[in-house]
Design a protein around this ligand. Structure first.
Ligand code: DO4
Ligand code: MG
Length: 285
């Protein structure tokens, strides 16, 4: 089941919850009494609750503006969860190489804070590259959606925008490399009811388009994610509660070559085969 948050282009501000009917059409769940994504995340019978709704008004996707499927959820991120990410980071920094090597093998994963919900960038809105960074990349990631009980109940697409030169200079600069204005985009679709086994069969890919040409494209299978969903969610929720649930980015397995950096005006397109596409232009912040 594919859900989203949206506004109707015709009537402005009201935020509504939508259900994908087909490639072109959305059913308006808010007309059927569903007012938030969070109430569905908290409901053990969310899929059944949505399926019984009939005669919902529908509207063309072309007539809506997508919002990020994030309400009051904090966004956190796991790192070095794919072999590709470990080797890329070890190349980026002699200084921190052993830390990346160790955390890839360790029981405890790397998990860091990424974004307040109100700072998450919506689909089609610009993501940022730092004005003081020289080496900026997108990180296309599967994002797990957790309810307030720490259960993984859904997934979506995330972009963990990163400044690799700042991260590589000193590991203690990681928060500055990872958390700044417009550094996290999420959406547009939230998938409920898919098993981990099904999700791991999906492919995640990214394309970066500059002046109508693809300047980088790469993909990997989500089966290359080293840790299980429950393992990552379990560590996030150790000694920490999330009253509104949380989003957990699961790390990147697609890394552009070391001579590539994003530039203002680029377009980043992240696809996950079972979810859809998250697209954002780039600006300098
Ligand atoms: O420690 C660096 C960050 C790792 C990360 O964000 C990733 O692997 O996706
Ligand atoms: Mg990442």
């Amino acid at each position: 089941m594919k859900l989203c948050r949206f506004q109707k282009d015709a009537d402005g501000d009201a935020i509504r919850i939508g259900l994908a009917v087909d490639e072109m059409t959305l059913a308006d769940l808010t007309a059927g009494g569903i007012e938030s994504i969070t109430e569905l995340l908290e409901d053990d019978n969310a899929v059944a609750r949505v399926e019984v709704l009939t005669d919902l008004p529908t509207l063309p996707l072309a007539e809506v503006t997508f919002l990020a499927p994030v309400e009051r959820q904090e966004v956190w991120a796991a790192g070095v969860t794919y072999l590709r990410s470990k080797t890329a980071r070890m190349e980026e920094s002699d200084f921190s190489a052993s830390a990346y090597d160790l955390v890839y093998e360790a029981d405890r994963p790397e998990i860091f804070f990424k974004s307040l919900p109100e700072k998450v960038v919506a689909p089609n809105e610009p993501v940022g590259i730092r004005g003081d960074a020289k080496w900026s990349v997108p990180e296309p990631e599967l994002a797990l959606v957790l309810n307030s009980r720490g259960q993984v109940v859904g997934c979506t697409i995330g972009n963990d925008m990163s400044s690799r030169d700042i991260e590589g200079e000193n590991l203690l600069y990681l928060p500055q490399a990872k958390v700044y204005d417009r550094s996290c985009a999420i959406g547009p679709w939230l998938i409920l009811g898919a098993s981990e086994e099904a999700i791991r069969a999906w492919i995640i890919g990214v394309k970066i388009i500059r002046a109508n040409e693809t300047v980088f494209a790469g993909e990997t299978s989500l089966s290359n994610l080293k840790r299980s969903f429950d393992e990552l969610a379990g560590y996030l929720c150790r000694s920490q509660t999330f009253a509104h649930g949380a989003i957990l980015l699961t790390g990147t397995g697609v890394v552009p070559p070391d001579d590539f950096t994003l530039a203002a005006g680029d377009l980043i397109r992240i696809d996950i085969s079972g979810i859809g596409t998250l697209e954002n232009p780039v600006l300098v912040v």
